[in-house]
Design a binder for this molecule. Structure first.
Ligand code: NAD
Length: 476
């Protein structure tokens, strides 16, 4: 239930921004320039469907052009509105600056419930929306590059890329007009999983530092930690899957649009995902307790809470009841400004959205670079790397013979060492590096400044500082 004192999503982002700039020494004019959204384009277009003309409303908002192209996903949801799109565009500016992706911030949205349409109808609608945006350079390889967000994925990105290519037949860089495409349309390995993978890397980095764990009253490692995740879509599913399969965490709760599942001994993430695919929701899943009001699980006892669905789900009405000592904001804006105050007061550690879900834009950046360079990562060096490794293996094999049973290579070493890095390995390595470095930049501020007691403020300080530097370099 929304509290009347709750600010809107965009106001929430602005309040958090203001809290950070109050600790900075920026000229007031520059502060204002960074905060405001440069432009929002609203389009209403008609599509003939089922014998009728149906009118759709869409938005593309450009928050900051201190770097171009600007970048940000396109969301398909019935609740899309200008305030939300502008808030998300602002977050994109700060996110790109924090992870050093060379883009300004943008975001788009279409007011539509994709579940109400057949695939061929959605294609018609998406292509028409893309046409409206591309004709105004709001989709363009060097001006504005969208990506997937809630309600959209590889399929929609492929339609958008094709629509742009049809309108710009001689543009050799046409494929770089959008990211998150399928591999066969110019996509990159590891993009679909990227945001969830980034959440995993973020948590791994958190658990590398005892000081950080101590702030949340946690210890040890991710192994055995109890996780509750809201939203088992692209981001939530991949994060929950990797954390449970690779780090030994236990996913005890999953909240979806139609309710929540709880099992203290751990849920089978793939099993639940499969159930949702077959049945449309979590209701009826056999190996868990089902509750119709899934949101109560946000208040359940656990070690890590991962909101990965919508904004504003942790708000003035439930923040005080949230028990998780660590929240990682996989979704954009899941904690309102008011809830953030309450949680900080309680000592809850929040890994903020602008950092936590930056894995998506990071790998989108790699995809954009791949499209502009027209070559798959690893294509030139992989075999050469393997040949050099073979030399070492041959030498070690000689040594094994000389040592005659006294020494031998450990099991599996040869195969692992021989394998040169392909695109997926390089993408994961680049993503891991990005997530670690960005986290460390926030952590440094968090631990070194007495006036900063949370990671969100630290993240804003780092990113606003970078955007400000960029504006200053342009003479503003
Ligand atoms: P998605 O559409 O793939 O998944 C969203 C999931 O949330 C779906 O399973 C949906 O059923 C569920 N959901 C909807 N309403 C719900 C409710 N009331 N309670 C619980 N669950 C509900 O979307 P996504 O791409 O995973 O995006 C999720 C969040 O992550 C959004 O905030 C988005 O902006 C953010 N994000 C996504 C990406 C990306 O690469 N896809 C990148 C950065 C940030």
């Amino acid at each position: 239930m929304k509290n009347r004192n709750e600010p809107s999503f965009r106001e929430s982002v602005d309040l958090m921004f203001n809290r950070a700039v109050a600790l900075m020494d920026l000229p007031p004019g520059l502060e204002e320039k960074i905060r405001v959204c440069n432009a929002t384009y609203t389009v209403r277009f008609g599509v003939r469907l089922r014998g009728d003309i149906k009118t759709f409303t869409g938005y593309r908002s450009v928050h900051s052009e201190h770097m171009e192209p600007v970048k940000g996903g396109i969301r398909f949801a019935p609740s899309v509105n200008q305030d939300e799109v502008e808030a998300l565009a602002a977050l994109m500016t700060y996110k790109c600056a924090l992870v050093e992706a060379p883009f300004g911030g943008s975001k788009g949205g279409l007011c539509i419930d994709p579940r109400e349409y057949e695939e061929y109808e959605l294609e018609q609608i998406t292509r028409r929306f893309a046409y409206e945006l591309a004709k105004r350079d709001l989709i363009h390889p060097s001006q504005n590059v969208p990506a997937p967000d809630m309600g959209t994925g590889e399929r929609e990105m492929a339609w958008i890329a094709d629509q742009y290519a049809r309108m710009n037949t001689t543009d050799i860089n046409a494929r770089a007009c959008v990211t998150g495409k399928p591999l066969n349309s110019g996509g990159i390995s590891g993009r679909v999983e990227a945001t969830g993978r980034g959440v995993q890397y973020a948590l791994q980095e958190f658990f590398r530092d005892k000081r950080d764990m101590a702030k949340a009253g946690l210890e040890g490692s991710l192994d055995g930690k109890r996780i509750i995740v809201q939203g088992l879509g692209n981001v939530g599913y991949h994060a929950a899957k990797f954390l449970s399969e690779e780090d030994g965490a236990r996913v005890i709760g999953i909240v979806e649009w139609d309710g929540g599942l709880f099992n203290a001994s751990g849920l089978d993430v793939d099993g639940v995902r499969h159930w949702i695919m077959q049945n449309g929701g979590v209701k009826g899943y056999p190996d868990a307790t089902y509750m119709e009001n899934g949101a109560v699980l946000l208040e359940e006892e656990c070690d890590i809470l991962i909101p990965a669905a919508l904004e504003g789900v942790i708000n003035l009405s439930n923040a005080a009841k949230v028990k998780a000592p660590l929240i990682i904001e996989a979704a954009n804006g899941p904690v309102t400004a008011g809830a953030d105050d309450i949680l900080r007061e309680k000592g809850t550690v929040i890994i903020p959205d602008m950092y936590a879900n930056a894995g998506g834009v990071t790998v989108s950046y790699f995809e954009w670079v791949k499209n502009l360079s027209h070559i798959r990562f690893g294509r030139m060096q992989r075999r050469q790397e393997e040949a050099r490794h073979q030399l070492v293996i041959d030498e070690l094999a000689n040594l094994e013979q000389v040592m005659a049973g006294q020494w031998e290579m450990s099991a599996g070493f040869k195969d692992k060492y021989l394998k040169g890095a392909g695109e997926l390995e390089l993408v994961r390595s680049g993503l891991d590096d990005t997530m670690r470095i960005a986290y460390q930049s926030m952590r440094d501020v968090w631990h070194s400044r007495d006036d900063v007691d949370d990671l969100r403020t630290a993240a804003y300080l780092v990113s606003i500082g970078k955007v400000a530097q960029s504006y200053r370099a342009k003479g503003l």
